[in-house]
Design a protein around this ligand. Structure first.
Ligand SMILES: [Zn+2]
Length: 253
């Protein structure tokens, strides 16, 4: 099992990060920490260095942050991403979040930053981890227009079925989080996604499958179990296929 998207660099884990990682190590084969800010990318690189061969990292800039951050900060983030790109297994998270951002200028900023990430992924032939909310189709259109054949992952996808089908048609990946444990809508999305296009994640510390308990990478087991149930497949098969997908996309050994 692999948690392909989490944020264990967040301050939420400052008191128990080592415990959280050691719990993950007992059950998972890898976790991928996703950089969402300038500081987040720095912390991700540190974790990757500290837990070589278990924690992998993606370097990005979250679209909501792209709308709000000072442009110098974004430029500095890009500079450091280019300098450390050999340590990343993908670029992201990046993308478009129109749910939280309504202002047109701020949305255009997201598009600009997203386009720059697509360029980086083309240049270094790295997959792109996309966060898209209320802008899934637009994100797909941009990626189809500008991406040169790199793998694409729609992380924590929650868009409509039509766009989901278009994503699958492109042989891109849908990463389902622990939200499928309780959201009927996301369960329906799982039912409509071939298992060969599925990755598993937690998006920790968000969307815990357990009430009153903070999410953490080891809970990706709940995502896998829910896919087993929804697909009427064996745990062994779902585990094997989704892990194989993750290793292929992120080129893990
Ligand atoms: Zn995330």
């Amino acid at each position: 099992m692999i948690d392909t998207h989490c944020h264990i660099d967040f301050k939420e884990y400052n008191k128990n990060r080592e415990e959280v990682i050691s719990r993950a190590k007992k059950k998972l084969n890898a976790i991928i920490n996703s950089g969402a800010t300038l500081g987040g990318n720095r912390r991700t690189l540190k974790l990757v260095d500290e837990y070589k061969g278990f924690i992998y990292g993606t370097l990005g800039f979250h679209p909501v942050n792209a709308s709000k951050a000072d442009y110098n900060i974004i430029e500095q983030a890009f500079k450091e991403i280019n300098e450390n790109i050999d340590k990343a297994v993908a670029v992201g998270e990046t993308g478009l979040d129109f749910h939280h951002i309504e202002d047109i200028g701020a949305r255009n900023r997201q598009i600009k930053v997203f386009r720059s990430f697509i360029d980086i992924s083309n240049e270094y032939e790295l997959p792109v981890v996309i966060h898209a909310r209320d802008a899934e189709l637009k994100a797909l259109e941009l990626i189809k227009e500008y991406s040169r054949d790199t793998d694409v992952i729609f992380h924590c996808y929650g868009g409509d079925l039509q766009t989901l089908n278009k994503i699958i048609e492109e042989s891109y990946y849908i990463s389902f989080s622990t939200i499928i444990c309780y959201s009927d809508y996301h369960k329906e999305l799982v039912e409509n996604t071939p298992v060969h296009n599925i990755l598993t994640e937690t998006d920790s510390p968000y969307i815990s499958p357990f009430k009153g308990q903070k999410n953490e990478p080891v809970f990706v087991e709940e995502t896998v179990k829910k896919i087993v149930e929804l697909k009427s497949m064996s745990l062994k098969d779902v585990d094997k296929i989704t892990e194989k997908n993750a290793k292929k996309v992120f080129n893990l050994r």
